[in-house]
Design a protein around this ligand. Structure first.
Ligand SMILES: C[S@@+](CC[C@H](N)C(=O)[O-])C[C@H]1O[C@@H](n2cnc3c(N)ncnc32)[C@H](O)[C@@H]1O
Length: 126
């Protein structure tokens, strides 16, 4: 269901992406343009594991849950996942961000530790 709150952005994304690449040109980084779940599954197959994962994609609860599950697979032991502004509420969403997070925390409660829980959430993999 289209989100009536969404608006057509008139940004020139080509120039934004050029600025992004330019800003990061001095760093050793890999840019992946893909669906987050598909991309994380590819990284898992490539045995790529991370110390820190920042989740700030779709804020639909079901998408956050999918992102969290795939991110947890490629997170190193003692690694951190940072969930950005998950307390927001959108009446047009079937599953709110925090619903998805709650389900993830219940599913993985034995395998993670909550390090920070305000408007953002940080969990550490045990
Ligand atoms: C909240 S914005 C990200 C803001 C960005 N982290 C920042 O701080 O500027 C969410 C972005 O995630 C993208 N997105 C939503 N669902 C996605 C998915 N499944 N895979 C990849 N990107 C997605 C959206 O197109 C949007 O650009």
């Amino acid at each position: 269901m289209p989100n009536p709150n969404s608006k057509t952005l008139s940004h020139n994304f080509n120039s934004i992406e050029k600025a992004f690449d330019n800003n990061l040109s001095g760093f050793d980084f890999m840019k992946i343009k893909d669906d987050s779940v598909v991309a994380m599954r590819k990284l898992f197959k490539q045995n790529k594991f991370f110390d820190f994962i920042y989740i700030d994609g779709s804020h639909n609860g079901e998408d956050i849950l999918s992102d969290a599950i795939e991110a947890f697979k490629i997170l190193k032991k003692e690694g951190l996942i940072f969930f950005d502004d998950f307390l927001q509420h959108d009446k047009n969403r079937a599953l709110q961000s925090y619903d998805g997070i709650e389900k993830f925390l219940n599913l993985y409660s034995n395998y993670l530790k909550i390090e920070y829980f305000q408007n953002n959430l940080v969990v550490r993999k045990k």
